[in-house]
Design a protein around this ligand. Structure first.
Ligand SMILES: [Zn+2]
Ligand SMILES: [Zn+2]
Length: 387
């Protein structure tokens, strides 16, 4: 069975909603206009309950089936990015320096489309819990929603999410059981030495020399410490020190990111960065302070729920348009917090090859919205079948 016919009839609605959100991008937890717009649509659609103000501008809508039963969570993110749009589209961002470059406008529109169908048909036994979250890009809105207790409060037993993908042909679903997106950590290393005249380095403790040593020593962590079969990235992305040619500065700074797929590798890299900082501080007679933050954990798809989601995707998109062998990616997702709280799965929905997410020319492809909305709707109907 292809896209649900009734959902296909909402294609124009979803496009209109999506393009309104695209013209009005907002960032992080500060999504007053977007949240008000989504809440207004949900009231219009006639969801049974709407709980606003979760994690700031996040919200949860409930749609009850014809009979009682378990609750299934479906999540969409609503935030945009601080990027100046270059799509040239008629519905381009009306706020300079902000745009929906990750397709979250499309995710939200698809979940609204599913809501409309589920309210109209209610062919399931239980509750569809529609989760609209802020701050996926930065700030971990998904984690905040979990901390504010949405899983317990709404009795969610399984949870699912879709992300559009410009790396796949339009209409292709791609996922995998197990780790699918990396954990992301950030670090900042502050070096304090003794500044002075560049002609007398012997009277200084040089943070520039320490920064150079640090940067090259950090590269050895992956080459010499991490198991060759463990996928880890360590990138130093920022080095700052000094301002002129004849002064040795007193301070320096390095910053970077670590991406990993296992707790062991993550812990090992974190520990080695600390040891290297201490060792170089001693060797170079400077003071080094490491500030290491674990941001989002690994996004791990649960095997049974992933197999189920793949089955539903095959029903909606056709067997040849679904792959369950998508390789893990070094990007990260705060849906990982929801998958730590409940079993579920995260899938990519191909929107046709084009500019990648976070590129100024990226735009969600409205043509795939009926597929995404049908997928969400069928997930509910099949996970919570009527007797
Ligand atoms: Zn993104
Ligand atoms: Zn995204």
């Amino acid at each position: 069975m292809p896209v649900l016919n009734r959902v296909a009839e909402f294609a124009e609605d979803m496009q209109t909603w999506r393009r309104w959100m695209h013209r009005n991008p907002e960032l992080g937890f500060e999504l007053p206009k977007t949240a008000a717009f989504v809440a207004e649509r949900l009231r219009e659609i006639g969801v049974d309950e709407l709980h606003e103000g979760i994690a700031g501008t996040g919200m949860v809508a409930l749609v009850r089936g014809q009979r009682d039963g378990p609750a299934i969570g479906l999540r969409a993110d609503m935030d945009a990015l601080p990027i100046r749009e270059e799509t040239g589209a008629a519905h381009a961002s009306e706020t300079d320096g902000r745009m929906h470059a990750c397709g979250h406008d499309g995710h939200t529109a698809m979940l609204l489309g599913a809501a409309k169908y589920l309210v109209e048909t209610r062919r399931f036994a239980g509750t569809a819990v529609l989760i609209f979250q802020p701050a996926e890009e930065l700030g971990g809105g998904g984690q905040v929603m979990c901390r504010e207790g949405i899983m317990e409060r709404f009795g969610i037993e399984q949870v699912y999410a879709l992300h559009c993908s410009p790396d796949h042909e339009a209409g292709v679903f791609a996922t995998r059981a197990g780790p699918i997106m990396a954990a992301v950590d950030d670090f900042e290393i502050r070096i304090r030495g003794v500044g002075g005249h560049a002609a007398w380095p012997d009277r200084c403790a040089d943070p520039v020399a320490a920064a150079v040593q640090l940067a090259s020593a950090l590269d050895t962590v992956l080459a010499r410490n991490v198991n060759a079969f463990d996928n880890v990235v360590l990138s130093v992305t920022r080095i700052e020190a000094g301002s002129t040619s004849n002064v040795i500065p007193a301070e320096g700074l390095l910053a970077g990111t670590v991406r990993s797929f296992s707790k062991q590798a993550q812990a090992l890299v974190k520990r080695r960065i600390g040891e290297i900082c201490d060792g170089i501080a001693a060797a170079m007679a400077v003071e080094i302070v490491l500030d290491y933050h674990e941001e989002y954990p690994v996004t791990v798809n649960h095997p049974a729920e992933t197999a189920f989601a793949v089955e539903v995707a095959r029903e909606v998109a056709g067997a040849t348009n679904v792959t369950s062998e998508h390789p893990p990616e070094m990007g990260a997702e705060d849906f990982s917090f929801m998958l730590e709280a409940r079993p579920g799965a995260y899938l990519f929905l191909g929107q046709g090859l084009g500019p990648r997410c976070h590129h100024p020319a990226f735009d969600f492809n409205d043509a795939v919205a009926p597929l995404g909305a049908s997928f969400f709707a069928r997930l509910v109907e099949r996970a919570l079948p009527l007797p």
